[in-house]
Design a protein. Structure first.
Length: 366
């Protein structure tokens, strides 16, 4: 995978204890990387990080706030990593309404701390900074946003991601592009779902928790559409971006979208119904619709991923039905009391995903 570029390389992951960070850590360990984690805490209970016992599988776990630029810079200078994947963020839209200031400081100042730490390094370092599809100024048109479309955001979460993008751009032009040791890329993705997520106010999490108690799930916006993608889709993009940057095969300092195929765009109700069918719930009785919408939600947001296809030979791998099956298979093991099997299940899903990518001639899978 990824031409073996991560084998024996030192990789720092910020936000490694979260949902995406735990999947990325597991995948990098499979690639033979030496993984170093940097997170403020373990954000949920239960957590994939704890379930997979990742604290005892990575090289070092540092619990600290990425907004503390001196502490993070000290960690980077001590480890001298070959790669940094910056995932640390306040990633819950509903939380941004309750704690707007913390959302902005985490997502903007946290990103600036990472940039501060890498701008003057004197060893070869590739940094992939993850923002979000929400960084775009979303006018809810039917077309996918391209990487050169305007940043923005009507809510605090989206605005914080758009602001982080502007900070990255300014650091790139002011400092990093003149440092020949540093390669930097930006990754934008959203509507990421998969087993191992226990974050609050997530449709899949709420659905699985309700179904595990044989209860219907309460949903707010059944007709809202989203381009759902399994967590392994964007992670394959992040890892491919890091590979290509480190190999000097693409331009330095650019952003890439990582999103699913058009057929992955489904309503919330359709996703919940399909999870119910895979879970063994009656699809006619699996949903309770509430009129309570505590904050405004975007009804449509899609990404154009032509750039990733052209420059990275990347496109999404799983069909919609496989995405749903991966999710229900993972959670079924957990809620059936088979927690000790989840490491094997996670690795098997990664390996199956890679095999499917090989069938589609995606070069990162080699």
């Amino acid at each position: 995978m990824f031409s073996d570029i991560y084998r024996n390389k030192k990789v720092i992951i910020t936000g490694n204890t979260g949902f995406k960070g735990s999947w990325l850590s597991t995948w990098l360990l499979l690639c033979g990387a030496k993984v170093y984690g940097y997170s403020i805490d373990v954000p949920t209970n239960p957590s994939m990080y704890k379930v997979l016992n990742l604290e005892h599988k990575i090289e070092e776990q540092k619990f600290a706030d990425v907004r503390d630029k001196d502490a993070f810079a000290d960690f980077v200078n001590k480890i001298k990593p070959d790669f940094i994947f910056h995932l640390a963020a306040q990633a819950i839209v509903s939380t941004s309404y309750k704690n707007p200031f913390d959302t902005i400081s985490t997502n903007v100042i946290g990103t600036a701390s990472v940039l501060e730490a890498i701008k003057n390094v004197d060893w070869n370092l590739t940094a992939v900074l993850i923002t979000s599809d929400k960084a775009y100024d979303n006018v809810e048109w039917i077309w996918g946003y391209r990487e050169n479309d305007a940043m923005g955001g009507k809510d605090v979460y989206s605005g914080s991601k758009g602001a982080a993008e502007l900070v990255i751009k300014s650091y790139w032009h002011s400092f990093i592009k003149n440092n020949s040791f540093v390669k930097l890329g930006v990754a934008r993705a959203g509507n990421v779902i998969g087993g191992g997520d226990w974050s609050k106010d997530r449709i899949v999490v709420d659905t699985i928790q309700a179904f595990s108690n044989n209860q219907p799930v309460e949903i707010r916006s059944p007709k809202a559409t989203r381009p759902w993608q399994h967590v392994l889709e964007p992670l394959s993009g992040y890892l491919r971006l890091g590979q290509m940057l480190a190999s000097n095969k693409i331009n330095n300092g650019e952003a890439f979208n990582f999103g699913p195929r058009a057929e992955q765009t489904k309503t919330v109700l359709q996703l919940v119904t399909d999870i119910a069918i895979n879970w063994g719930m009656n699809p006619e009785k699996c949903v309770s619709i509430t009129g309570q919408i505590p904050f405004e939600e975007a009804k449509l947001l899609k990404l154009n991923c032509d750039k990733a296809l052209a420059y990275l030979n990347w496109h999404s791998t799983l069909c919609y039905q496989s995405t749903v099956k991966y999710i229900t298979d993972w959670y079924r093991e957990y809620y059936s009391g088979n927690e000790n099997r989840l490491c094997d299940v996670t690795i098997a899903q990664i390996e199956n995903f890679v095999q499917e990518a090989k069938k589609q001639d995606l070069l990162w899978s080699l």
